[in-house]
Design a protein around this ligand. Structure first.
Ligand code: CO6
Length: 323
């Protein structure tokens, strides 16, 4: 009996299928599916009980993030063993995603055409182009700074933040009524049927902490580049653009990060080192003289990088020039 029941145990990291849908074909294309890294915030031990061949489809339109939720399976434990119930998968997911999602593919596809009229929220702060890995075509990427006063952004953010659960181990939803939050969103600008579209690539939330006596210390709280776009330098572009946005603000003392993960630390080291390379005090000829006060003050004043991080950059630069 125990082994028969064990066959109804499902790994939720495998069962959950995520997608960013641009065209109707994407809906049935296995190649566009990606999986969570974590699902423990919803499912204890990242498992659910009671299904065979469970597939939890959580698909989003690439621009508006119109959502489709479908729970598919071959059979349930109740079909075979009377009196034993399966876990309520849909009920659990419903607790975490905003209302208004579709459950039928036809409804979802009918709404997909609305992606053509989607425009990013807020103000454009940076733009860059990059060749696409697959077809070598140049793509344009835009970074916008949004806030909760932008019409529709509150609802859009509620859909966007659902991705955090799958990729940041300790992620939690933020209090969007607190106006000290800054939102930076990165989109890929592509053409479909001659119409420009803006597909979400990633985003960052930054909280404006107070710094004595009259300054702000922005703290990066959440950063996510969606899996289909990871490892293509978009994270570096987003982090550098946000950093430069705050450098230009005279009220900002320095920029910090909340509980940085290993991958974020690597990214920040790369971006900070790249920026510090442009400072005279970090020039190769000064590195042999050790970590000096000139480095600390230049990094602080020109780049709003604090002493501890400036020291890390120095170590990285020093290592880079050591035979
Ligand atoms: N040349 C050489 N190397 C580069 C370049 C260039 N031009 N640009 C970036 N890089 C390096 C960079 O240092 C990274 O090094 P490795 O990881 O050792 O390969 C790497 O290339 C990737 O950089 P990329 O810009 O491609 O990063 P990505 O777009 O994938 O974004 C990420 C990084 C961590 C944001 C993303 O992978 C992600 O969203 N992961 C899941 C969620 C997550 O872990 N978020 C961070 C946790 S939240 O810590 C947190 C403090 C808060 C914000």
């Amino acid at each position: 009996m125990q082994t028969q029941l064990a066959a109804y145990k499902c790994d939720t990291n495998e069962a959950i299928c995520l997608k960013l849908v641009r065209t109707a074909e994407d809906l049935v294309d296995e190649e566009t599916t990606f999986k969570p890294e974590f699902s423990h915030q919803l499912f204890e031990n990242e498992t659910v009980f009671g299904y065979k061949e469970l597939q939890i489809r959580l698909y989003y339109s690439a621009c508006r993030l119109t959502t489709l939720l479908q729970v598919k399976f071959a059979s349930t434990v109740a079909d075979r063993f009377k009196g034993i119930e399966q876990d309520d998968v849909e009920g659990k997911i419903k607790e975490f995603i905003p209302l208004g999602y579709c459950t039928g593919a036809d409804d979802f596809l009918a709404l997909l055409s609305k992606d053509a009229t989607f425009k990013p929220f807020g103000e454009l702060i940076h733009l860059y182009t990059q060749p696409c890995r697959e077809n070598d075509q140049e793509y344009t990427y835009v970074i916008y700074k949004a806030d909760m006063t932008c019409p529709g952004f509150r609802e859009y953010h509620a859909r966007l933040q659902t991705f955090l659960l799958w990729y940041i181990e300790t992620a939690s939803y933020i209090d969007v009524d607190d106006d000290k939050w800054n939102y930076f969103l990165l989109f890929e600008n592509f053409e479909h049927d001659g119409v420009p579209h803006y597909a979400i690539v990633g985003y960052m939330t930054v909280y404006n902490y107070y710094a004595y006596p009259d300054k702000i210390r922005p703290r990066i709280s959440q950063m996510l580049v969606l899996p289909p776009f990871q490892g293509q330098t978009h994270g570096a572009h987003l982090l550098e653009a946000v950093h430069k946005f705050f450098i230009a603000d005279a009220d900002v003392l320095d920029i910090t990060a909340e509980d940085p993960s290993e991958s974020f630390t690597r990214l920040r080291d790369f971006v900070d080192t790249k920026m510090c390379c442009q400072l005279p005090s970090f020039a190769t000829e000064h590195l042999s003289q050790g970590f000096g006060s000139e480095m600390i003050s230049e990094a602080q004043q020109k780049l709003k990088i604090n002493k501890k991080q400036a020291r890390r950059v120095y170590e990285i630069r020093r290592l880079g020039v050591t035979d």
